[in-house]
Design a protein around this ligand. Structure first.
Ligand code: SF4
Length: 418
């Protein structure tokens, strides 16, 4: 994992929403966008609130019509997360949104390119201290009449890339647009260069990160429903973030956008780029050794943990003794199953051996009680009291049972009761 690329920093928000910083040393921020019509105020406020509750740091709304920007004042008064106005084609929507008090503007160089219009938006943002995201999209970049020569030259430079010419056009469009901002002395800027092609996204942001020190908003656009969109997004964004590139992210799903927020956060937690909120669930995929209905158990555990556990407690749900003890050792609360029973551990100490029907309730009771003890200062997250040596079924001494018999591991009592 490479260290984070240094960038400038922008900030957005106000006293009501709190200030979200993007770039520099700020944590990578998670964004999403509303899917409904912005002018339907109550529905938009409710949608924004769902995303905020799911963990979104910033929410973007589309403002294609005057009635959308007219709704912004009321929406801003009722929401508690910084709001970005997404502007295409009509620069006046940007001016109206700024007037309404929006916290950031997104402009698309592919459809607002008139220098005077861009300058008008820059000046209004400067006056209010509002940042602008310059959002280049592969889909709106294909206009080859201007800067053709420049693009071709860059295309030669990028010819080693799979999408060399397209990448060149995106870079050229960004350079050209940033010239307007530079000339105005405006640097309160973030950049994005999205595509539906994950490998182009990786190439584009990698090149952009070498050329500009503005914070980068990462995304794979039009990524499809969650089933494919999650993979496309995470493979591209995860690669970039692991390479130290990226300051804010948006996953784009053609399905409930709450999942964009949840999956984006989980990706950042997995890479150690955000401090986890709520429990971390570890579960085995099951195999022919399984002896309990683990899938149902995991689903039930996940549902209750999401509702009730606010601390980043590590919970492991494992199917048998092969990997169960090892995960139990690393988890705060763990169960591993055997012969229709569950052996439950809290920070490495065995606390119960219960029949399958009682596993869920006992495990959750241990999670709640552990959370209470952490809150009272009686326990610490990630601390273990006892080493559990996992049985090694293919080790020198043969099966796990042999090792248990040899006294090398704890009696994990698979199939027995206390
Ligand atoms: S923990 Fe046991 S049941 Fe689960 S996948 Fe591993 S070997 Fe299979």
């Amino acid at each position: 994992m490479q260290s984070r690329r240094p960038t400038r920093q922008i900030s957005l928000g106000d006293e009501r929403t709190g200030i979200v910083r993007i770039g520099g040393d700020a944590p990578i921020a998670v964004q999403t966008m509303t899917a409904g019509f912005t002018h339907q105020i109550d529905a938009t406020v409710a949608e924004i609130e769902r995303y905020r509750e799911a963990g979104a740091d910033v929410v973007r709304v589309a403002v294609p019509e005057r009635k959308d920007t007219e709704a912004l004042g009321e929406i801003l008064a009722q929401t508690r997360v910084p709001i970005v106005a997404d502007v295409h084609f009509h620069f006046k929507r940007a001016l109206e949104a700024i007037e309404a008090g929006v916290h950031k503007i997104r402009l698309n160089p592919g459809n607002i390119s008139d220098r005077d219009q861009v300058n008008a938006v820059i000046d209004a943002c400067k006056e209010r201290g509002i940042p602008i995201r310059i959002g280049v999209n592969e889909g709106s970049i294909i206009e080859r009449k201007d800067k053709q020569r420049r693009a071709e030259e860059l295309g030669m430079y990028f010819e080693g890339h799979r999408s060399g010419h397209l990448l060149a056009l995106m870079i050229a469009k960004l350079e050209e647009y940033l010239d307007i901002f530079d000339a105005r002395g405006f640097h309160d800027v973030a950049i994005s260069a999205k595509s539906m092609d994950a490998s182009l996204v990786i190439d584009a942001y990698t090149e952009i990160s070498k050329r500009f020190d503005y914070p980068l908003h990462l995304g794979v656009t039009h990524a499809g429903p969650r089933s494919t969109g999650a993979i496309r997004s995470v493979v591209a964004l995860g690669t970039l973030i692991a390479n130290g590139i990226g300051d804010t992210i948006r996953l784009s799903y053609a399905s409930d956008h709450v999942d964009e927020v949840k999956d984006g956060l989980e990706m950042l937690y997995s890479l150690g780029k955000r401090e986890r909120k709520g429990a971390e669930l570890i579960a085995c995929p099951t195999c022919g050794r399984i002896q309990v209905d683990l899938f149902t158990l995991v689903q039930d555990v996940e549902r209750v943990l999401a509702k009730e556990i606010e601390l980043p407690i590590k919970v492991a749900v494992m199917g048998c003794v092969v990997n169960g003890p090892g995960e139990a050792e690393g988890a705060d609360v763990a169960v591993f199953a055997g012969d229709r029973r569950g052996i439950i551990y809290v920070q490495g100490e065995k606390v119960a051996n219960v029949p399958e029907a009682e596993i869920l309730d006992r495990l959750l009771a241990e999670c709640r009680s552990f959370q209470d003890r952490v809150r009272r200062g009686e326990a610490k997250l990630g601390e273990k009291r006892v080493d559990i040596v996992p049985p090694d079924p293919i080790g020198e001494l043969g099966s796990g049972v042999d090792r248990i018999k040899a006294g090398l591991v704890e009696q994990v009592t698979v199939g027995r009761t206390d």
